[in-house]
Design a protein around this ligand. Structure first.
Ligand SMILES: Cc1ncc(COP(=O)(O)O)c(C=O)c1O
Length: 371
């Protein structure tokens, strides 16, 4: 009898070919200047490390409540109360990273055939998770300056639209939305009755204007925050989510049957992390952003990104993003083609989360290739 296992049809909806090609090319480089990495280059702050170690040593190694340990939820609620002026009636779910929150949310909220509006360029996971849930990702183009255009969003809404995803500061663009821009998007969402999923994982990394949250301007928001970027805890898998009670309840139920809970020692460290002052790290990244702008504005026509730790740079005239990335890799600089994050192949993404030396070296090469 042939063995009856097969790969499920839904897996055909996932595609990692763009990024795999980059990694295949990069594997041939002995010591590349790596400007492709989507995580901070600094380490977890010492008090958070100490808490995680202490938690493991005192035996805090079991499952926690699915919704997260009460102490961490209280710390998150206190931080949110201070930021938003909310009372403590809001439901909080501690998740395995923002990735975990996204998966739970999309599985909870998307029926097969439902449409989800993404602003292009988008964080690559959104598209694939929407597809996995049986939904259709509807792209709204935001080129060339990555401003969300309320009219274009309104024009993309159909009877099947259920969600709109926003991400500010954004990956891959580093674009930060102002309160006014968020309000204009919220008006469209309100008129159409849409829930907005607001991925605010880079909220700490805003360099020119104060951070503005969709949750401050629109009630019907599913707000997601993370620890991965703010506190460099990418491997610890921690995030949180709040929003309408009924949705959080269903997401919690699904977490019970999937992730179970976020890692216990990371939850123990979470409150300590929230109390850490990260302003030095943020100032450091602001300076690196300035280095990028200084080096790439003129050769590439880069518009200044205001946050996260990315720049999304137009490829030189006559070249696709992928072609330029191949050239950069031939010159020992690892970057990511824009078509990994977009329906277009006109840009490339650099991450400046690296040492000043490596960044300066990489920028010099890129600037030369752009001239
Ligand atoms: C915009 C955005 N959202 C979510 C994530 C996932 O982060 P995590 O699951 O580590 O919290 C990332 C990571 O690169 C990201 O860039």
């Amino acid at each position: 009898m042939p063995i009856r296992h097969h790969i499920a049809e839904r897996m055909k909806l996932l595609d990692a070919s763009g990024i795999r090609k980059v990694f295949d090319l990069a594997a041939k480089l002995p010591d590349p200047i790596n400007l492709s990495i989507g995580q901070p280059h600094f380490d977890v702050p010492a008090p958070a490390k100490a808490e995680a170690i202490a938690a493991i040593k005192r035996g805090f190694n079991k499952y926690t409540q699915t919704q997260g340990h009460p102490d961490l939820r209280a710390a998150v609620a206190a931080a949110a109360a201070e930021e938003f002026g909310w009372d403590d009636q809001k439901p909080y779910l501690i998740t395995s990273g923002v990735s975990g929150a996204l998966l739970l949310a999309f599985m909870t909220l998307i029926n097969p055939g439902d449409e989800v509006i993404l602003l292009d360029p988008y964080f690559v996971m959104y598209k694939h998770l929407v597809h996995l849930a049986g939904g259709k990702a509807v792209m709204v183009d935001t080129y060339p300056d990555f401003t969300p255009d309320p009219d274009k969003i309104a024009a993309a809404v159909t009877d099947r639209t259920t969600l709109l995803v926003v991400n500010s500061p954004g990956n891959p663009t580093g674009r930060v939305y102002s309160s006014d821009e968020l309000r204009a998007v919220a008006e469209v969402a309100d008129r159409a009755g849409l829930l907005v999923v607001s991925d605010e994982i880079y909220n700490l990394f805003c360099y020119d204007t104060p951070f503005a949250s969709m949750a401050s301007v629109y009630e019907n928001t599913l707000l997601m925050r993370g620890f991965s970027k703010s506190y460099a805890m990418t491997g610890w898998r921690m995030g949180w989510c709040t929003g309408p009670v009924k949705i959080i309840e269903k997401m919690t139920m699904l977490q019970q049957y999937s992730f179970v809970c976020a890692p216990s020692m990371a939850q123990a460290a979470g409150a300590a992390a929230l109390a850490c002052d990260m302003s030095q790290q943020v100032a450091d990244y602001r300076r690196k952003r300035d280095m990028v702008q200084e080096a790439l504005a003129e050769p590439f026509g880069l518009r200044k990104p205001g946050g996260a730790f990315y720049a999304f740079v137009p490829a030189p005239k006559g070249m696709t993003g992928s072609e330029f990335v191949e050239r950069a890799i031939e010159n020992n600089v690892l970057i990511i083609p824009g078509n990994v994050f977009s329906e277009r192949d006109t840009h490339f993404r650099i991450s400046y989360a690296t040492s000043d030396e490596k960044l300066a070296e990489g920028l010099k090469i890129l600037a030369r290739l752009g001239r």
